[in-house]
Design a protein around this ligand. Structure first.
Ligand code: NAD
Length: 247
């Protein structure tokens, strides 16, 4: 375990479950103080066992206007600064393109895209001022390929890639990197629900590695991007898909 996040403050959204919780654990195990954010009131219970001290939990609906500014301000009040932001809160609301309701479309954009933007913007303001920052946005393999019934999801994740590139240009001179990570199906609540049954078995056959990813494998990639070692990596969209998009 050579990477250390000792002295670093990491703000992780969607930290009550899945990839967000795995990232919070990965960073805390390596010395970071973690500010966890989630809409779920199970957040405190989920993050209670994080190793180390000085963590902080904020229950918030990140789709509410003004929430991102408040969350970043509370994180800075509680810990002094935000060095790392991981935008993991997300939803997958699926339907055929001809049937998808406008409500599902809007709810997908509000969380996956707009909340990732407002969080990156609010954290990016103080990171660029301080001259250091690492932002990692959860996109998906759906950012680079089309998937059945995923029209809103694919659009929101492709948007994340565009946002990440645009912000990277503006913030690189200030020592702030921003990258996206794009997993294939990950075995979390979201992944298991979206890919239950035969549909999931069929999907695994299309992944050269022959399996879905584990949250810890995604957290390990995010840990690298969040580290001091990754200072020259910015504006990228890193696939963690067992070769799915290479075929
Ligand atoms: N699981 C997969 O197969 C997979 C694959 C590729 C990308 N991703 C992406 O990774 C990210 C995390 O996914 P996951 O699988 O860990 O999902 P998850 O459902 O396990 O976790 C998502 C978390 O976001 C929280 N959340 C939902 N709405 C919120 C809101 N309005 N405000 C604050 N928090 C809210 C939920 O309470 C939950 O704890 C998502 O952006 C997802 O799109 C997941």
């Amino acid at each position: 375990m050579s990477t250390t996040f000792s002295g670093r403050i990491a703000l992780v959204t969607g930290a009550a479950s899945g990839i967000g919780l795995a990232v919070a654990t990965h960073l805390a195990e390596r010395g970071a103080r973690v500010v966890s954010v989630d809409i779920s009131d199970r957040l405190a219970e989920a993050t209670d066992g994080l190793p180390g001290e000085g963590h902080h939990a904020i229950v918030a609906d990140l789709t509410r206007e003004g929430a991102a500014t408040e969350v970043v301000a509370e994180a800075v009040d509680a810990t002094g600064q935000v060095d790392i932001l991981v935008n993991s809160a997300g939803v997958a609301l699926l339907d055929k393109a001809v049937d998808l309701s406008l409500d599902k479309w809007n709810a997908t954009m509000a969380l996956n895209l707009t909340a990732s933007f407002t969080m990156a913007q609010a954290a990016g303001r103080q990171m660029t001022e301080r001259g250091y920052g690492r932002i990692i946005n959860l996109a998906s393999q759906a950012s680079v390929v089309g998937l059945d019934q995923h029209v809103a999801y694919c659009t929101s994740k492709a948007g994340i890639v565009g946002m990440t590139k645009a912000m990277s240009l503006e913030w690189a001179p200030a020592g702030v990197t921003i990258n996206a990570v794009s997993p294939t199906v990950v075995e979390t609540e979201l992944g298991k629900k979206a890919w239950a049954g035969q549909k999931g078995e069929d999907m695994k056959k299309l992944i050269p590695a022959g399996r879905f990813a584990q949250p810890e494998e995604v957290a390990a990639m995010i840990g690298y991007l969040a580290s001091d070692d990754a200072g020259m990596v910015t504006g990228e969209n890193l696939l963690i898909d067992g070769g799915y998009s290479a075929v």
